[in-house]
Ligand binder design. Sequence first.
Ligand code: SF4
Length: 353
Amino acid sequence: MTNILFSLPWPLPARATRQPIVPVFLPYAGCPVRCVFCAQHIQTGRNPAPLAATLKTALAVLRHRREQGLPPAELAFYGGTFTAQPPAALRACLNLFETACRQGLASTFRCSTRPDAVDTPRLALLRDAGCSMVELGIQSFDDAALAAARRGYDGACAHAACQAVTAAGLRLGVQLMPGMPGVTPEIFLRDVSRLCTNPAAVTAHAVRFYPCVVMEGTELARLWREGRYIPWPLETTLDALAEAWLMALHARMPVIRMGLAPENDLAAALLAGPWDPALGTRVMARALFRHVRRGLEARGLRGLIRLEVPRRCQGYFWGAHSELRAAWAGLGLATPPVWSTGHLIRIEARSAP
Ligand code: SF4
């Protein structure tokens, strides 16, 4: 039995932007339907308000930032179907950005919308108005899943929308929803792989993973109560997200969000589903563990003798509440890892007898 030394890459997660973002929440603005899982007023912590009041508040936030000596921000219009708003509402949003820009309060903006609500003229309008990124609520590229969730478009439409955004010279953000009705872990990972391994088809500059949860007041809550929808268990979700996060890490694709933010009303409205305040930590911890375990398996190695891990993993290495201690011990890790600088995991392990 001999000791083998080898290393594995552990790249720094790609970041989409370093610019501060000021969100402007427009719950359900422009939405042609209320999607079965959607509770924007809870997810964003905002009830729909008159547009003029929302925009006025956003301008006040931007001015307050400047008074504090903060740099110009990126405005982010979230929570609805930005490009499907009535023309006057869309124009009011663009005017707000124009004013903020003129006053040196903002330098660019992004928006979220549906794939069936973008076309070349609308994307050109956004680009010419100073938009940097369009985030598409794709949820899945799978036809059957999109039909099961009654999204109202198919995979070809989702695909074409992604291409239209980048063809317009805009950066593309993609939102996927593991656990949406009809989405299995296999379908979700196929969707992620489509973004990570086929950049010629879809070049996403950022991705968000929002595991599907059941919120009070949604159509999904009714389906869940009738036993017609079963959310993914948390364990399934963590495993699928760990795989997805690993794929994105190696493809240098920024994952800018995993799971819903813990807004005040969320806990009271959450009926079921894989929500966890430590979701990101748990996912990254599992991803790292799997990466090392696969490295050992690929070389036919047995027990870990020594493990050196980039220091930036320190915050998540053991998972939430040290949940992965037993798993690491099962790989033979008897002592804590050595924290290092750089982007490599260095491993010393025993060969099989
Ligand atoms: S998921 Fe998107 S399109 Fe559907 S209701 Fe919510 S904000 Fe509107």
